[in-house]
Design a protein around this ligand. Sequence first.
Ligand code: C2O
Ligand code: CU
Length: 510
Amino acid sequence: AKEHFHKWEVSYQFKSPDCFRKLAVTINGKTPGPMIDAQQGDTVVVEVKNSLLTENLAIHWHGIRQPGTYIYHAHYGMQRSAGLNGLIRVTVPDGIAEPFTYDFDRSVILNDWWHQSTYEQATGLASSILINGRGRFNCSVAGAGEVCNATNPECSPSVLTVVPGKTYRLRIASITSLSALNFEVEGHNMTVVEADGHYVRPFVVKNLNIYSGETYSVLITADRDPSRNYWIGVNVVARQPATPTGIAFLNYYPNHPRRSPPTATPPTGPVWNDTAYSIYQSVAVRAHPDHIHQPPAAADRTIILLNTQNKIDGHIRWSLNNVSFNFPHTPYLIALKEKLRDVFDESPAPETYDHNNYDMYSVASNPNSTIGTSIYRLEFNSTVDVILQNANTLTPNKSETHPWHLHGHDFWVLGYGSGKFDPETDPKGFNLVDPIMKNTVVLYPFGWTAIRFRADNPGVWAFHCHIESHFFMGMGAVFEEGVERVGELPDSIMGCEESNHLHEIDQWLF
Ligand code: C2O
Ligand code: CU
């Protein structure tokens, strides 16, 4: 095993990824940041210098467990959407074969890019979709005093050059703040072979839905008419698209990448609200037959989480079982290890909701919820099922899509269903044969999603919607397991009274 050393300096820089100039959070002057490339078992050391001057910084190594494709991103404030993110590629050890073959390996990071964060995010009006950090904003609508230059080479679409006849593994990651995306290469089918670092029973798609926090590998063969280039098109799904198709070029060598642009219009993707199509793709993601990790046959505990949009003091919040989550200023790990009282509400977080009486198809008659800090304490090594139950939002006939991400674990995806989860009958339909393991899973409108995991990683772990604004508006929970097995905390995080220091650790403990 090798050791890889990275030195990163995080700073604000003016960038024009979609031709519009704005401050971005960068690593060594770049967004997305550098790819971390390692072989399974290697040690990666990243020395990070925070040059943001007035802000704390925390980086989350999203999902990292074993070989596969992962991401990293900031987990503090809105730094993730401000540009601090990148890809992690873990290759298999020498002499180990993967269950598929390809000639070349390429990465594709998808993002939605916002010029003035909050208002735009509330309305879903992303400024542009970035493919490997490049998008295209319509400069004619830029405001007075704003810098936008459509001919800036910084925002020319990215180009994926392929050699005719060769097969490419595309590692696709979505780091979006809000948008669910659909990725399509004009005229080329894709074979899905990996999801969140786990091998998938291969299946072919014309285009692929990808939600914030997810990663996939697909195989694509350059087997079409080589005399021209093709579009790569990325479209918003799951909410009414208000952002133009994100584009890049699939360039057949030796054509000129930009001088011979594709003739047809870019792919427009599936119908944005075709939930059945989306569920069909999610259900098709099964473990590869030679790489099945058998889930425990039954759960020791089932937690049902009703996802609702609520109001607290007139502000919109998101809640689980009518509690909108709020991180206390002192990290849970410190509070639990040092037995500090009054840091968080020690009564258990609610295990379920009023299942018999709640009408998930209507706007709640009382939309108010409460802020809470309580957590789920799990028995170490126990098997836990979590049922994510969707419901109507504050808008009649509307339920949203939420990509849920669990820190510190991979979980089995046992099933998706529509309507209200029935604890008596629905578990009979769980897939215990070949469920995929993931770290991010989608909850569809008016439906439910069931996951199972082993509480075998000592610590305190966040479970949250990967839509940045939803998380900040309370859409999260915290699981504790085996905290007594966590070693002594280093003095460096205990020795300071300053609350901003503690806040930094709070984020760092993700
Ligand atoms: Cu990529 Cu806590 O998330
Ligand atoms: Cu959400």
